[in-house]
Design a protein around this ligand. Structure first.
Ligand code: VIB
Length: 221
């Protein structure tokens, strides 16, 4: 019997696979992704991270005890202290400064995904918000593992190696499994009707991750 979080994945497994094994991910892994695609992704991901930091701040606000507060606070710190730093390093390598990033227009894919998650959090409770955030946090860990398991993935000479290494790092993987454990416990207590609602939120957020990759690949606005 799969655990409750894996059942959310199973309920949308076609979308989930399309997200985890997206062409953008494959080409990141083998180093063949065009630089312009990664640059576009990176720029939009900077804007994305700002809104996801807000979403984890909303999770802090929706917390009911110190365990929940600490979980949301740790995620918020990871974004601000770790992910943002790597982004800014990559951007600096390619001559993109913070002023340029701050002035970027958001693409529709960024707008749709970030505001969807913030709305799920505003409307629902902490669980609904963390389900909407799960494709991001748990998804990238699964992507890291999937890439690590592929013969085509190479780190040597790959311009995206630092990005792959961030999401295969132990500290990051343990944050993702802590989140999965919290979700398993919270989901186990929900009636079938609520699970069906949460499956929709999880699937929608997964589809919006696919659109985010696609935006990078096609470099559209
Ligand atoms: C489009 C997009 N989706 C997911 C991530 C990964 N990510 C962003 S914030 C965070 C930490 C906690 O939620 C993680 C894992 C990303 N960078 N860009």
């Amino acid at each position: 019997m799969p655990n409750p979080f894996d059942r959310l994945i199973e309920a949308c497994h076609h979308d989930w696979r399309a997200y985890i094994e997206h062409e953008f991910v494959r080409r990141l892994g083998d180093g063949s992704l065009p630089e312009a695609s990664f640059r576009h992704y990176l720029e939009q991901d900077y804007l994305f991270l700002g809104h996801f930091a807000r979403a984890w701040a909303l999770a802090l606000y929706k917390s009911r005890d110190f365990d929940e507060l600490r979980g949301a606070f740790d995620r918020l710190k990871t974004i601000v202290d770790l992910e943002l730093g790597l982004h800014l390093d990559y951007c600096a390598q390619w001559g993109i400064d913070v002023a340029t990033l701050d002035a970027l227009p958001e693409t529709r894919a960024t707008l749709a995904y970030t505001r969807y998650v913030l709305d799920a959090g505003a409307r629902g409770d902490l669980l609904e918000l963390r389900v909407a955030l799960a494709p991001c946090l748990v998804g990238y860990a699964r992507i890291g593992k999937w890439l690590a398991s592929r013969a085509e993935t190479r780190l040597e000479g790959n311009p995206y190696a630092a990005w792959i290494e961030m999401y295969t790092d132990d500290a990051y993987l343990s944050a993702a499994s802590e989140e999965e454990a919290w979700l398993d416990q919270a989901l186990a207590e929900q009636p079938a009707k609520r699970i069906a609602e949460l499956e929709v939120v999880f699937r929608d957020a997964t589809r919006l991750e696919i659109d985010f990759w696609q935006m990078g690949l096609e470099r559209h606005a």
